[in-house]
Design a protein around this ligand. Sequence first.
Ligand SMILES: Nc1ncnc2c1ncn2[C@@H]1O[C@H](COP(=O)(O)OP(=O)(O)O)[C@@H](O)[C@H]1O
Ligand SMILES: [Mg+2]
Length: 526
Amino acid sequence: MTSPFPQTGPRPPVLHVEARLAPQCSVRYEIMRDHIRAFLISTMTSITCFQTVDTMRQSEDELVRTFVEHVRIGECSGYGSILRDRPTNNISRAGSIEARRERDVRKSGIDRRDDRDKRKTSSYNTAADTTMSSSSQQHHDDDDVDPEQKTGQESTNNVRGQLWDDEENARSFVTRDVELSIHVYQLQRQGAVEEYGDFGSGDMDEPVMMAHHWTLPCEELEGVWDSLVFEDRLEVKLLEYVYTTILFSDRNVNPHLVSWNRVVLLHGPPGTGKTSLCRGLAQTLGIRLSRRFHFTKLLEINCHSLFSKWFSESGKLVHRMFDQIWRMVDDDDTFVCVLIDEVESLAAARKAALSGNEPSDSIRVVNALLTQIDRLKRRKNVLVLTTSNITEAIDIAFIDRADIKMYIGLPPPKAIYTILCSSLNELGRAGIIHAKHPLPERKDIWSISTYNNPENALLISQVMDLQRISELAQGMSGRAMRKLPFLAHANHLQVSVSTMDAFLTALFLTVQEEQECNAQLKEERS
Ligand SMILES: Nc1ncnc2c1ncn2[C@@H]1O[C@H](COP(=O)(O)OP(=O)(O)O)[C@@H](O)[C@H]1O
Ligand SMILES: [Mg+2]
């Protein structure tokens, strides 16, 4: 008897690789893909998720050297969230904590596990300490290793022990054990195109800007996805959600038996990256789905402009806008992401209508929007992304429709560290901070050895300073965080080049000032 299920069998985990080609490259993507694959396999025996490959310039391959601008390793799928932390037989984890621990034990002859546990406790003790201090103040535990080795290696380990344990990010795979899914792309030059709604009957003074749209992947949104830092890799969960919608549609799963709406809702305080995450997701889909869809478009609807002025005319605007969306969606070769930003204004409009402050047809307008969203779910090539800054004010109709409802909160200190670290390294790249080495991201801290290396000892002490700043900055949004280095420079430095240490001190003072300001504002409000 034949099975009703397709018999494809288990596949190896798939590691996604995104390779951006230079605008002038006219070589076919399939050819470039083969070259990049050969280059990666020949130069890298192990591959780490979320890593940038920067050795292209040294590539011996003429095409790679000339045309590949950027290679980024993404997440590993088929090794999904549920399975991620379980041991699997067919995956060799080259850089895993277990492998490293084993190597350490073999090298030093001691089990550092107990040691690490002790250090973790001490890191909690220092977590509340918000004063800047140098790494040399750490005290050392005694053990029976060679004293000469001890001074160097142990102090490094002790210092690291004060840092966050960040093993989950250091996920590496032996290159030949994973299937490399290489997504080759080139960027569109054109940025956002504005969509205006005019009624053609002269009944409005000025046309209303209803939406923006982008053809993806585009220059304007390049880098947005990578710049966002969230705990638990929630951006990867979003990608996995989209892959599932595409798989279910492609396999013609009966929607009466298994249903999904193609609607995602991100909610949480302002400035936490919700809008950027939606835009970045659309851009990444533009890169990742290019073999499946010829084009990817992002259409961003501005609820504020749609529902604030001329509310009674909004019905017409909604229809006009969806006429346009339907025109895009009708092309099976185009994947369309519709972003409805700040849906709380929609809920506010509905509430106002119910309390009699708005024209009576307003409920019909909101319902028209919801009906259109419901109709869209029958299409295979569409995704509706919604965001809200006020969790309590989200229209229940949206909550009902969303397949995924994600709360995006204020970043915790670990994420703050990564955000500030990337900002400081950008100033290093721009020559505003003079530093020999970039500050290590959290996942790289473990590979720094201070043994006989005073430069690295300095780096570790800077890492610890930034860690303290990150703890002090708790409660601030990602948006506020991205401004801090600018304010630090404007308020405390005002020199064209400063050292990393001076910048860190300025940053520390700025965070203190900002927090004082925030506390004052809070007090005034209450
Ligand atoms: N988690 C984060 N990681 C990195 N940057 C962030 C984060 N959250 C916010 N930002 C920064 O704040 C800016 C504004 O974010 P935005 O997407 O408009 O937030 P929201 O839509 O939640 O109000 C972004 O461009 C980004 O630079
Ligand atoms: Mg927003």
